[in-house]
Ligand binder design. Structure first.
Ligand code: NI
Length: 166
């Protein structure tokens, strides 16, 4: 395992669409493990490959809701419903947050670690995070979707106001 360096805004890789994974190789799985470790090390809840300078369509999510880690390979949002405005933050744009419209409910298609195409539904904050990560794969940052941006330092000792970066 290894910790990657997280690319920060305005690095142009963050606004460059990533390329599809053609085959799930051991190297792809190793990169996902490293991304997960990097995300945890940075106290984040999601991380997309372009954020670690890898222009591939893979991302990891763990929003600490008890559902655990989710690796997404070539993910696509098939359907979304019930748009709502909520907070987005990003490990690549430290200290900045935004009131950002996202679907409350999504249906996602992706490849699993065996390279099989699978579909699932997700809701609420986990759905928000997945949408944020898939945006990264398309070179889209939350700052271009947010209706309001604001600066706030992370406040790890006050859980009610705790913001997490993805
Ligand atoms: Ni992000």
């Amino acid at each position: 395992m290894a910790i990657y360096e997280i690319v920060k805004f305005p690095d142009p890789i963050l606004t460059t669409p990533a390329r599809a994974i053609e085959k799930v190789t051991p190297n792809v799985l190793r990169v996902l493990n490293n991304m997960y470790e990097t995300m945890k090390f940075a106290n984040g809840i999601g991380l997309a490959a372009p954020q670690v300078n890898i222009l591939k369509r893979i991302t990891v999510v763990d929003v600490e809701d008890g559902k655990g880690r989710l690796d997404l390979i070539n993910p696509v949002i098939l359907e979304g419903r019930d748009e709502e405005i909520g907070p987005d933050g990003c490990l690549s744009i430290p200290g900045l947050f935004g009131d950002t419209p996202r679907y409350r409910w999504i249906r996602v298609q992706m490849w699993n670690a065996k390279g099989e195409v699978v579909e699932f539904e997700e809701t609420d904050f986990r759905a928000r995070c997945i949408q944020h990560e898939i945006d990264h794969l398309d070179g889209i940052l939350f700052t271009s979707r947010a209706v309001r941006l604001y600066r706030e330092e992370a406040q790890p000792n006050s859980p009610g106001r705790k913001k997490k970066n993805v």
